[in-house]
Ligand binder design. Sequence first.
Ligand SMILES: Cc1cc2nc3c(=O)[nH]c(=O)nc-3n(C[C@H](O)[C@H](O)[C@H](O)COP(=O)(O)OP(=O)(O)OC[C@H]3O[C@@H](n4cnc5c(N)ncnc54)[C@H](O)[C@@H]3O)c2cc1C
Length: 375
Amino acid sequence: MVKFTLYILYISKLIQQINKQIKMQKIIIIGSGPSAWTAAIYSGRAQLNPIVFTGAMSAENQAKNILPMGQLSMTTEIENFPGFPPTGEVGRLLATAITPDRIMMLPPHDEGQHGISGPELVELMRAQAVACGANVIEDDIVDVDFTGTAGAVRKLTSGSGKVYETQTVIVATGARANWLGLDSETKFKNRGVSACAVCDGALPRFRNKEIAVIGGGDSAVEEANYLAKFASKVYLIHRRDKLRASRAMEKRALEHPKIEILWNRVPTEVLGDDKTGVAGLILKSTLGYPDLELPVVGMFVAIGHTPNSHFLKGKLNIDEKGFVIKPIPFRTNTSVEGVFTAGDVADSHYRQAITAAATGAMSAIDAERYLASLE
Ligand SMILES: Cc1cc2nc3c(=O)[nH]c(=O)nc-3n(C[C@H](O)[C@H](O)[C@H](O)COP(=O)(O)OP(=O)(O)OC[C@H]3O[C@@H](n4cnc5c(N)ncnc54)[C@H](O)[C@@H]3O)c2cc1C
């Protein structure tokens, strides 16, 4: 009887183990933005049967602003992705290319008003990846085992506790913009509040109007300079009395006729209404002076980005801000052989849908060549 019980225990343990360890994969892609879907399209077409982990729609992820389908799912018009000019046939394309259950989740498409929205663009990328053979799992990767040298099996643990074994991995987990954390900031996102000057600066809402940029580093000054092409005036609002930006960048800001720096001020409220969006900011003084009401139609928050790389700490070389380090210029290799990276998680500089997609393609080609070299 004891022998029988031990036997049953042994068998159930074995079944648990088998359930946990899914069959060895050639490639697993972690992420669900343009870089992940492009890597999936390329590796699917190369017959590598990619699995894509999109991330889970959990309360924890939502609180951190890490949503499945990436940053594009949080925006409205995309005017700078090649192939999607702001007129045309997009509605028909969407209706035929995306499955009805997923198209239900998209905001209505107003053909003629704009070409394509961020959520539509990334859904089309997903549909194309699935058509190319990608298997999609709507879960997080919460842990990785990257021990061993070239050819070693890489192990990924999903949120449900399953362990996936794979020969190559593409880390395409993106990044998220840092926000001030004001309720009124959230309320006016995409209606005058933005974290991307290159993406939104040219929109009609900001043209020849006064706007504000929040921050004091190089990227804040870069954004202010870029926005000054369109706006009538750009206020650069910084909480200290000195910029963190390099001397050269600081000089550019100080000498620009359209940029005015407001020192020792922090926004405490975004003003506006539901119809027109942002109409002003309340700025608190860090030196105890009275509040200032600034009548601007836009607020660009430029206080940095946080890469979604927390689960890679100690497993892969990442820099002090969390960006994955690419040791070989113009390649997508990481510090671990067989592990590649793409998109904003490894890019603190460009942070665009098209650059993410481009590095996604590169990472799939690099992974495919690495697999060929193992054979
Ligand atoms: C409001 C806004 C507007 C923008 N507008 C434009 C624009 O007009 N034009 C433009 O070119 N760019 C725009 N961008 C920038 C563009 O969206 C990004 O550069 C691009 O989405 C980056 O793509 P990515 O593939 O690196 O990953 P992301 O889009 O950042 O997506 C990565 C996703 O991976 C998933 N993930 C993260 N961690 C895990 C994990 N552990 N396991 C599984 N999945 C995980 C998450 O779901 C995450 O969202 C905008 C960005 C924002 C925020």
